[in-house]
Structures are given as C-alpha cells and as structure tokens.
Design a protein around this ligand. Structure first.
Ligand code: C5P
Length: 289
C-alpha cells in the first residue's frame, strides 16, 4: 500500500442541548453540527508489523489505542473481519486538542474513511458511522460531515440543508474543563434556557444565515465555573462587537466561535482576539462531496 493522505475536519456545535441522563451514564443530546475547513492532515502507511502506532507533531498525544485514530483502525479490522495490518498513522495536528471541536473524533473518522477506501471494503458512510460509535460519541457525525442534526449519544444523524456560505472566527480561551466533569455539572442543575434547534433548522431551510446565527446556543455555557464563564462571555462580546451575527461555545468548550457574513469582519475579529489569545483561526463551513 502506498502512503495515503487525507484530511480530518473540525466541527462546531451551532446548538447543543442535553435532554436527559441515561441509566448507563451517557446523555441524550440534541445538537446542530457543522463541519468547518480547519483540519488535521493525516497520512497512513503500512509498517510491516502487527502494531499500529500514531505519530503526531504534539509529543504529549498518545501513540496507542488511547488515540482515537488507532482506536478507529482497530475497530475497522474488528468489524469488517479484514486481516489487520500494522499501520503508521502520522497526524499533523492543527485542530486544537481538548477544545470542543471534535479533533480526536475527526481523526478517528478520517482513518475509518481512509481504510474503507484503501482496502476497498465498500462500506457506506452509514456502516462506517456505526463502526465509529464504539470509538467515540462524535465519531459517527465526523464520518458523515456537513450540516447535521445529531441526537441520542450523537449517533442518530439527520442531514440538513447546508449552512449558507460564511466565515467563522474561532478562539480558544486558555482553560480546559473535562467533558465528563461538564456533563456531571449539568446533571446537578435545572437547565434554565434551551436552544431553539427547530427554529435554527427552519432558518437553514430558508437559507437564512442570520436566523441560524442568532439561535447559536449551548447549554454547557450555563454550568461553566465563574472565571471560565466570564472568559467565554468576553470572547463572545468581542466577536459580536466585530460584527458576528451570532456567537457561542462549541461542544464542551472552551473554543468560542462567531459567524460572519463578511470576510473582512471575520478577519477583524481574528486580529482583535489575537492580541489576547494565542489560538485564533478563521474558517468556513465545509460540506463533503
Ligand atoms: O463517547 P465519548 O468517549 O466521546 O464520551 C466522552 C464522555 O462524554 C463520556 O465518558 C461521558 O462522560 C460524556 N458523554 C455523555 N453523553 C454523551 C456523549 C458523551 O455523557 N452523549
């Protein structure tokens, strides 16, 4: 097998609602998801051994199956019954890590799509997404990509009309909070406000960017500790002040994004935020073929 190169795209949550806690501890979610052009570059090559290893430009990331890229390869061999090959998976990480942008899940999903193609397994995206369920809750969505409603743990996917063309400024404030901790915080409160996901879907159907943007909403923002909540609010205020049509936190954070109808305004926000935050990017919506 010749070396195979592919991209893994980040995602943002335009809306995120936590509906209930299931007996297994996982939560029933309702999320409007969008893939964005910010991406990791992934190269796969057979290494002639029985072992799959991951090499990345970030030395602290795991090289074994704790890395979702290697976990995805293991799930692929297990579920397809194909003869496992040892792979070297090289990831050039661009998507910020532990940032609410699904970077690890995107890498896992890209490995599933790549192995399907390299070894002509002939699986549909739905079949690959099902394999992805055992790898991580966001992996099925990351296999399919685009503008989607994700429900259940994240595995019940409904394709939606694409987000209208726009620019997305992303900013990662300097804090991290673990995903399980944020879920347990939300279990301890009564959620006061919830997103209008139905209204956001109507706006997508109407091609109304401003209508989607003003419905950006993430229930996790309500349970951030005060210092972190203040940082998120500050980034959102800067984005809106620079002309964003709407802004919110993605996933379990801490990345905050704003949607813009003008590139100059999105880049203005990038410059304004770069003064204070090292992690700032401008991206666009990405739709798969
Ligand atoms: O499935 P994944 O490993 O990505 O989930 C990470 C953590 O997020 C889980 O251990 C769980 O605490 C939380 N989670 C949840 N409900 C979901 C998805 C994730 O509680 N639907």
């Amino acid at each position: 097998m010749a070396a195979f190169e592919t991209k893994a795209h980040a995602k943002i949550n335009l809306t995120l609602d936590v509906l209930s806690r299931q007996p297994d501890g996982y939560h029933d979610l309702c999320m409007l998801m969008q893939t964005v052009t910010l991406s990791d570059r992934i190269t796969l090559a057979e290494n002639g051994t029985d072992l799959t290893q991951v090499i990345t430009n970030l030395k602290y990331l795991p090289r074994d199956e704790r890395n979702l890229a290697a976990a995805a390869a293991a799930a692929f061999w297990r579920e397809t019954g194909l003869k496992p090959r040892g792979l070297t998976i090289t990831i050039d990480k661009v998507i910020p890590v532990c940032a609410g942008m699904g970077g690890g899940s995107a890498d896992g999903a890209a490995v599933l799509r790549a192995l399907n193609e390299i070894f002509t397994a002939g699986l549909s995206k739905t079949e690959l997404a099902r394999i992805g369920e055992s790898v991580g809750s966001d992996v099925p969505y990351c296999v399919c990509e685009g503008t989607m409603l994700a429900e259940g743990r994240g595995e019940r996917l409904t394709a939606l009309p694409p987000l209208p063309d726009c620019w997305i400024t992303l900013c990662k404030p300097d804090f991290s909070i673990s995903t399980p901790e944020l879920f347990s915080r939300i279990d301890g409160v009564k959620i006061r406000c919830r997103p209008d996901t139905a209204g956001a879907i109507e706006a997508l159907r109407a091609g109304d960017l401003a209508g989607v943007a003003r419905r950006i909403f993430n229930v996790f923002e309500q349970v951030l500790p005060p210092r972190q909540a203040a940082l998120v609010q500050e980034v959102k205020r800067t984005l809106i002040g620079c002309g964003a049509l709407g802004a919110g936190m993605s996933g379990t954070g801490p990345t905050v994004f704003g949607l813009f109808d003008r590139r100059e305004a999105a880049e203005g926000a990038l410059h304004a935020l770069s003064v204070q935050y090292p992690g700032v990017w401008v991206a666009s919506p990405y739709q798969p073929d």
